[in-house]
Design a protein around this ligand. Structure first.
Ligand code: GLA
Length: 306
């Protein structure tokens, strides 16, 4: 049985390679997308610790316990100069289903190995298990994009939420109805606060955003913010983690919040910079009550379910 804070295994007994990922509930299935880091960890000329890009993996599960490997749904490209060439950075893929177009749309952080190009890339597929076709990358509203997530608002509008201004600020950039472009509507939140790894959800009139600080692969304190309006009015509140190692986010970093059976769960990556493919995962129950957000470290929460 997979344990929080450790590397997890799929139904074939192989390590799950879906880092910086997300879980998309769709129909009666949960789809987990993330970075496949199943290669050697190396040092880029810039000094950044990396694994050459292999592809974005997908795993599926009916119960969020047994994860079946659906393979690489967006592979690296063999063409030098492509956004998806193996020497590039492709991180934090997030997928959302567009009801109008019937497409699954994936956004991701595309970068050069020195993290100086800071773009957002987009791909689409007709099925949740791909294959995804890569379309293009852009800098949203002329702003850089590093860590990012997608969020669908109550009116179905979708936003790319991304670290910007060299990670000093987070920006919220609205997507067009097909989720493939930017409308030009965008706002800045948490200016000069240096937050990354955003994970967003809505509950009873409030938006919550869990973020990490900017210390690369090393763990730091999570901080959450709240607002009654997605685009403005965000305030940073506190560290939501409780218990041993709470100041280091249990030696993890936020990547996504998903909903299952009316409850919210935070996904963490437990990065191992000396061997990134061995990085572990946690899924932790989140309790939101007005301004109060609590995330205790517990065992994997779905073990009792059928
Ligand atoms: C932070 C980001 C990761 C990755 C590393 C690289 O941890 O959250 O997605 O970009 O930095 O150092």
């Amino acid at each position: 049985m997979n344990k929080n804070g450790t590397l997890w295994y799929d139904t074939d007994g192989n390590p799950i390679q879906a880092h910086g990922g997300m879980i998309l509930p769709h129909g009666d299935t949960y789809y987990w997308y993330g970075e496949n880091k199943n290669g050697p960890t190396s040092l880029a000329p810039s000094g950044d610790i990396r694994v050459d890009f292999i592809g974005i993996s997908c795993y599926s599960s009916k119960n969020c316990i047994d994860w079946k490997n659906e393979g690489i749904v967006l592979p690296a490209s063999s063409a030098p100069g492509s956004d998806l060439y193996r020497d590039m950075v492709c991180e934090r893929p997030k997928v959302i289903y567009n009801q109008k177009t019937g497409k699954f749309v994936m956004w991701m952080h595309i970068d050069t190995p020195d993290y100086r190009s800071a773009r957002a890339g987009v791909a689409t597929a007709d099925a949740p298990t791909g294959p995804f076709t890569y379309l293009y990358s852009d800098i949203p509203n002329r702003s850089d994009c590093r860590d990012m997530t997608l969020f669908q608002d109550l009116d179905q509008r979708v936003y790319l939420i991304h670290s910007s201004d060299w990670n000093k600020t987070l920006r919220i950039s609205q997507l067009t109805d097909d989720y493939l472009h930017f409308t030009g509507v965008c706002t800045k939140i948490f200016p000069e606060q240096e937050r990354e790894a955003p994970a967003v959800f809505y509950h009873q009139g409030l938006y919550y955003m869990i973020t990490s600080g900017c210390t690369g692969w090393d763990a730091n304190s999570a901080l959450y913010g709240i607002s009654s309006n997605l685009l403005t009015g965000w305030k940073l509140i506190d560290n939501p983690c409780e218990g041993k190692n709470y100041r280091k986010t249990f030696y993890g970093q936020s990547t996504f919040v998903f909903e299952k059976d009316g409850h919210f769960y935070l996904m963490l990556d437990h990065w191992k910079p000396e061997n990134l493919k061995a990085s572990g995962y946690s899924i932790l129950p989140v309790t939101a009550d007005g301004m109060d957000l609590r995330i205790p470290f517990t065992e994997y929460p779905f073990q009792q379910t059928k």
